[in-house]
Design a binder for this molecule. Structure first.
Ligand code: CUA
Length: 337
């Protein structure tokens, strides 16, 4: 589809840091998969029909004004006021036909998006489960034994069924380049289908206001070619590597004793907290803090030191650490590839 210029909004300071992480700006018109293509086609159709209607009405208005030129005064009756055909056809029949056609085309697009895919065979969809939390996304691959956060990895050319649940309030799952929005509602089982045509990295957002940090509840979709996806699966399935150098050994001890392990899991260690993102392969992720920050050592250090400063209201408490403990912890976390 058309390549749109970076909008001024996306050139905000936060995005300036983040956009290097992604291949394209998040836009429903820069489609990367069949779901998004269908929606973009529908959007262009609606834009075209709306534009055509606007131009026709403006042309008729212009013609009417033109005909009134040279009338002696404004109080004189306009010519041919008794012609009702204009009202019936132009004001009733034509809009009714146009709206009916658009309505059924829209219904068809909805139907295609909601249709279930075959669950076996070569094109069987991959099933994943995504749970919305204030303010991050928990990601499970039940058939692969993988748990992650804020990042969905998918193979190209294969549909992926995303079962959507909420851990607290209403969120909405939206990856503009890949698929439309699906609400994530407590107690309701919703599903989205996503599919990417080629390898790449895209940004998604929570699209339903869900509290003060709604704007910082993003997620990334990374599409891999089949071989790369298998490699990713194998790496994610593995437990965290044991620290080897002395700094990381100290860092692991800091993680296990400073309180981090109450909330976070690192598979392969005693850390088994279930209320915060799984950190087993934290260092391999693109972003931190619900997609808010690129995953760099500096950002990670700032986040651990004072999360409430960066993201007021986040459930992550500040962890008071002296400088050398923090450096050791960072060395350890950076080893979790
Ligand atoms: Cu979750 Cu907005």
């Amino acid at each position: 589809m058309t390549t749109l210029a970076w909008s001024p909004f996306l050139q905000s300071i936060a995005w300036a840091q983040l956009r290097a992480v992604y291949d394209r700006p998040p836009s429903m018109f820069e489609t990367a998969g069949p779901e998004a293509s269908r929606l973009a086609s529908l959007a262009w159709l609606l834009i075209a029909v709306g534009t055509a209607a606007f131009l026709v009405v403006m042309a008729l208005l212009g013609a009417g004004l033109w005909r009134r030129r040279g009338m002696p005064n404004d109080d004189a009756p306009p010519p041919e006021v008794n012609d009702r055909r204009w009202v019936l056809v132009g004001g009733g029949l034509i809009p009714a036909v146009v709206l009916a056609v658009v309505f059924f085309i829209t219904l068809g697009a909805h139907r295609a998006s909601a249709s279930r895919l075959p669950t076996n065979g070569a094109t069987a969809p991959l099933l994943i489960e995504v749970i919305g939390h204030q303010w991050w996304w928990e990601v499970h691959y039940p058939s692969l034994g993988i748990v992650s956060a804020d990042e969905i990895h998918i193979p190209t050319g294969r549909p992926v069924h995303v079962a959507l649940r909420s851990g607290d309030v209403i969120h909405s799952f939206w990856i503009p380049n890949i698929a439309g929005k699906t609400d994530v509602i407590p107690g309701v089982h919703n599903e989205a289908t996503i599919q990417a045509d080629s390898a790449g990295r895209w940004r998604g957002e929570c699209a339903e206001y869900c509290g003060v940090q709604h704007a910082h509840m993003a997620l990334s979709v990374v599409a891999h070619n089949a071989g790369d996806f298998q490699q990713w699966v194998q790496r994610e399935q593995a437990a965290a590597p044991s620290p080897t150098d002395s700094g990381s050994v100290t860092g692991e001890r800091v993680f296990l004793t400073a309180g981090c392990a109450f909330c976070h899991t690192i598979r392969g260690t005693q850390a088994g907290g279930m209320t915060a993102p799984d950190l087993t392969h934290l260092a391999s992720r693109l972003t931190l803090a619900g997609g808010m920050l690129p995953n760099t050592r500096g950002n990670l250090g700032g986040w651990i030191e004072n999360p409430q400063h960066l993201k007021p209201g986040t459930r992550m408490p500040a962890v008071p650490l002296d400088g050398s403990s923090l450096q050791a912890l960072l060395a350890y976390l950076e080893s979790l590839r």
